[in-house]
Design a protein around this ligand. Structure first.
Ligand SMILES: Cc1ncc(COP(=O)(O)O)c(C=O)c1O
Length: 370
């Protein structure tokens, strides 16, 4: 039986091989490796595709989260609310500014932190919140923005898993002060290495981000350091790779959504919880297709025996991680994050997957319940 991995970067590369090699060689031949024409073009194209006035390319999704917090002056003594159930970078970006992450439990249905959970985590020190559009499902941005405006909080959206996801007709990343994207190779838009970007409506924020990623200096005024920055530039070769893939992102996302709908239709009568893919103008990016069931470890083994890949995103809620032990959280404090950590299972989804592959995964899952 042909293996069906959780995602398949080789299949994607094969479909683009000639164009990708041409583009990378052109970038190499150009001799312009830092802040060159490919980055500028990518920033314009990504801004246009996401419906955002400004885009700043950076070195990873992690720096895409850190830099806007730093640009807003968030630092020691401040708190930033993040979900208890997300990839570690959402919280470590807060620590990198010197501020403290304050964890919010998640909603049991959406697996994202909504206005109610974020509201319960606020203190006098809270300066900002980072909603995470987990697996490609947008957080409930309307109520979150209302709460943020009422409390005077900054909002940085973690869009690392949610390229082109929408909430009521608007793309994720366009609601808050900044939207942070990762182009880690397995993301819906992935580079050939590490890369990220920030979108924002604010010209001033975009200028600050450009200075911060470039050692604190303006591109046209070298060796005058306006602030303490870092080196977090997107590099030219990655920008060239991203431009080749960006042209396909809408089609790939449409294909992912079709696969997700096939999964829902073939699995809906089984005793598992399926993701809500959204309706109308609220659309999932289908980065991961995550089902929930108590026997998830046994199902993972059952699928593995047939060459089908699975993944657990994420097995331990962040408040219980050793890295955050200083915050002194106890098991039981984030019950819905714990429940999710114990039951989630990602099954294969990538644009090159055929409907026969999807059907095979479904029939193997069905056989588990027989
Ligand atoms: C939700 C989330 N936030 C942040 C990141 C960090 O992105 P990167 O790995 O590009 O630094 C990732 C990706 O791994 C992610 O999934």
């Amino acid at each position: 039986m042909k293996p069906i991995p959780l995602f398949n970067l080789k299949a994607q590369y094969q479909s683009l091989r000639a164009e990708m090699r041409r583009t990378v060689l052109k970038a190499l031949d150009s001799g312009a490796y830092i802040l060159g024409p490919e980055i500028r073009a990518f920033e314009e194209e990504f801004a246009r595709l996401t419906g955002s006035p400004f885009c700043v390319g950076v070195s990873s999704g992690t720096s895409a989260l850190e830099l806007p917090l730093k640009a807003m002056g968030i630092g020691p003594g401040d708190e930033v609310v993040v979900p208890a159930f997300t990839f570690v970078a959402t919280a470590s970006a807060v620590c990198a500014t010197g501020a403290t992450p304050r964890f919010a439990d998640i909603d049991a249905g959406t697996l994202t932190a909504g206005a109610a959970e974020i509201g319960a985590a606020l203190t006098k020190r809270t300066r900002a919140v980072i909603p995470v559009h987990l697996y490609g499902r947008s957080s409930e941005m309307g109520p979150i923005m209302t709460l943020a405006r009422e409390k005077g909080l900054a909002v940085v959206e973690d869009c690392a898993q949610a390229h082109l996801a929408t909430w009521r007709g608007h793309q994720v990343g366009t609601f808050g002060d900044a939207g942070a994207f990762s182009f880690y190779p397995s993301k819906n838009l992935g580079a050939a290495g590490d890369a990220g970007a920030i979108i924002t409506k604010s010209r001033r924020m975009a200028e600050l981000l450009k200075e911060l990623r470039h050692a604190g200096q303006r591109e046209k005024r070298r060796y005058l350091y306006l602030r303490v920055g870092t080196n977090a530039r997107l590099d030219e070769i990655q920008a060239a790779v991203l431009r080749v893939k960006l042209k396909r992102l809408a089609d790939w996302t449409a294909r992912r959504r079709k696969i997700a709908r096939q999964y829902v239709s073939e699995l809906k009568d089984l005793p598992i919880i399926l993701p809500d893919l959204g309706v109308g103008s609220t659309q999932h990016a289908c980065h991961l297709f995550v089902i929930r069931l108590k026997e998830r470890n046994r199902l993972a083994e059952h699928l593995k025996a047939d060459g089908i890949g699975t993944g657990v995103y994420y097995p331990i809620p962040l408040p219980y991680q050793p890295a955050f032990a200083a915050l002194k959280h106890r098991r039981g404090q984030f019950p819905r994050a714990e429940e999710a950590a114990n039951t989630v299972l990602a099954i294969p989804i990538y644009a090159e997957m055929t409907s026969a592959d999807v059907a095979r995964v479904c029939s193997r899952i069905r056989s588990f319940f027989k």
